[in-house]
Design a protein around this ligand. Structure first.
Ligand code: FE2
Ligand code: FE2
Length: 481
């Protein structure tokens, strides 16, 4: 079995030697039709027959793993791809630090590990469900193709987690895999497991914000799982990370192109005041204050995904060697965290204060801080675009206490700077902070599809380069009929 190249002969492409594992092969083949049904029911609405220029993994070699070709999405080669095994890999952190990594599930951590895999797995189909209507309003064929690329890869990420469930968790794993196809984003009775994955993604600015902020949470979780002492989990998440990078690229460049269009149209029309919404909206672009409000919404919803600041689950996952820290292998401490401390923002007696907490209990907070650092970098790159046009406006991340539903700050209301305000003031000023109904209506009014190759909707600039270096007027999606 060549681990680098993917075997495309059977029903399920893989580089895990599925042919010599008849039990798991049979279980996955049984799961397959349910997956395809789910894709037809919940995947991109109205585009199942379209022919899309997609990349498919042909190897797991970081250099050149992708092959680009036209494919109908239901025929996409979803498969099971693990990064190559690292020889003599040792557990890098926690109580078992220094011991060889596990190739089988350690009995005492079985329940915890299954839960980590199911939670990660649940987010993957959820985002496809959230994005299923966006194709109808894509601002260009380039963007339409990127949406579909993200969608098929999230589908593949579900496969990645389902493989682990089938291979290592027996009947319980198969049951969890079934349930991953039953829960639905936003469903009143069977919702997805995490809040942000039950929200709507109603328009393309939301999509770009989602792929910038929420896919980046996905990246951070995958980075932490890539450190896992359970080697199959580490290997599968390492390969998922190579796909994830494109999702965040779509988000960052998407928002950047929206900003670029807004600023360039403002300049052309001689409008300097970014708050002159009436004049700016007449240009058919999205004003910067509305972009800020969308950012406030998506950043705050995503912070909730990191869970409670102080968490025994997170401590246990680390101590057991199941889930590490971001770049664990590059950190220089004892990797056990039995005695250290970490500063945690808390809400005590109506005040926001910084308090040292035991490092082991503060791991969610730490991952969230690492996440925020990355977000700051992206926001600064967006600000560079605004600066380039000489418009005096800066986008900023809201304070971590703003608009939270989980953790320390769920019990208070703050403005985006983190100043605690009363419920009444929050109600009064809510539309300053978060997208208002009229913002939403305005954005919706712009969401008209642009289907001619090389053309873009009024509110977004073209990308600097095409996918796979294709020219500007390349037909990324051939629509059926
Ligand atoms: Fe994913
Ligand atoms: Fe993603």
């Amino acid at each position: 079995m060549n681990i680098v190249n993917v075997d495309y002969d059977g029903l399920i492409p893989n580089n895990v030697g599925l042919n010599s594992d008849p039990r798991v092969k049979a279980a996955l083949e049984k799961w397959h039709p349910g997956y395809i049904n789910w894709w037809h029911d919940m995947g991109p609405e109205g585009f199942q027959q379209a022919i899309v220029y997609l990349r498919t993994a042909v190897s797991v070699d970081p250099k050149g793993w992708a092959k680009f070709d036209y494919v109908r999405m239901p025929e996409y080669k979803w498969g099971i791809l693990l990064a190559p095994q690292v020889e003599d890999r040792k557990i890098a952190f926690g109580a078992h630090k220094g011991q060889p990594v596990w190739q089988e599930v350690p009995g005492e951590y079985r329940a915890m590990l299954r839960r980590l895999i199911v939670i990660q797995g649940d987010t993957e189909p959820a985002s496809v469900e959230q994005q299923r209507y966006l194709g109808k309003t894509a601002p260009s064929l380039y963007d339409l193709r990127n949406l579909f690329q993200v969608n098929v890869e999230e589908g593949r990420h579900l496969w990645a987690m389902v493989y682990l469930l089938h291979k290592y968790f027996g009947a319980e794993g198969r049951e969890e895999a079934e349930e991953l196809l039953i829960r639905r984003s936003g469903d009143a009775d069977t919702p997805r497991m995490l809040g942000a994955f039950n929200e709507e993604t109603p328009d393309w600015l939301s999509f770009f914000m989602f792929t910038f902020f929420t896919d980046r949470d996905g990246k951070m979780q995958l980075e932490a799982l890539a450190q896992s002492g359970f080697d199959p989990l580490s290997r599968t998440t390492r390969f998922m990370l190579t796909e994830e990078a494109h999702h965040m690229f779509v988000g960052e460049t998407g928002v950047g192109r929206v900003i670029d269009r807004t600023c360039s149209e403002m300049k052309k029309a001689g409008i300097d005041d970014p708050n002159n919404l009436t004049a700016i909206r007449k240009l058919g672009v999205i004003d910067l204050p509305t972009i800020q409000r969308k950012l406030n919404l998506h950043y705050s919803l995503t912070l909730d995904l990191f869970g409670n600041e102080i968490s025994t689950n997170a401590a246990n996952a680390f101590h057991s060697g199941m889930k590490g820290r971001f770049h664990e292998d590059k950190l220089s401490d004892d990797h056990k965290l039995e005695s250290g401390h970490y500063p945690v923002l808390r809400c005590l007696n109506g005040k926001i204060v910084n308090e040292d907490a035991p490092a082991l209990s503060a791991l969610n907070m730490r991952l969230r801080d690492d996440y925020t650092k990355e977000c700051v970098g992206g926001v600064e790159r967006w600000n560079k675009i605004i600066e380039k046009y000489g418009i005096s406006f800066r986008l900023t991340l809201p304070h971590v206490a703003f608009h939270r539903h989980i953790g320390e700050f769920a019990k208070v209301k703050t403005d985006p700077t983190g100043t605690i305000i009363s419920e009444a003031e929050w109600e009064k000023r809510r539309d300053e902070f978060l997208p208002s109904n009229s913002d939403r209506e305005y954005i919706e009014s712009l969401m008209k599809p642009e289907r001619e190759p090389g053309k873009f909707a009024s509110w977004i600039s073209p990308p600097k380069v095409g996918i796979d270096n294709k020219p500007g007027d390349f037909e990324y999606v051939k629509l059926a009929g």
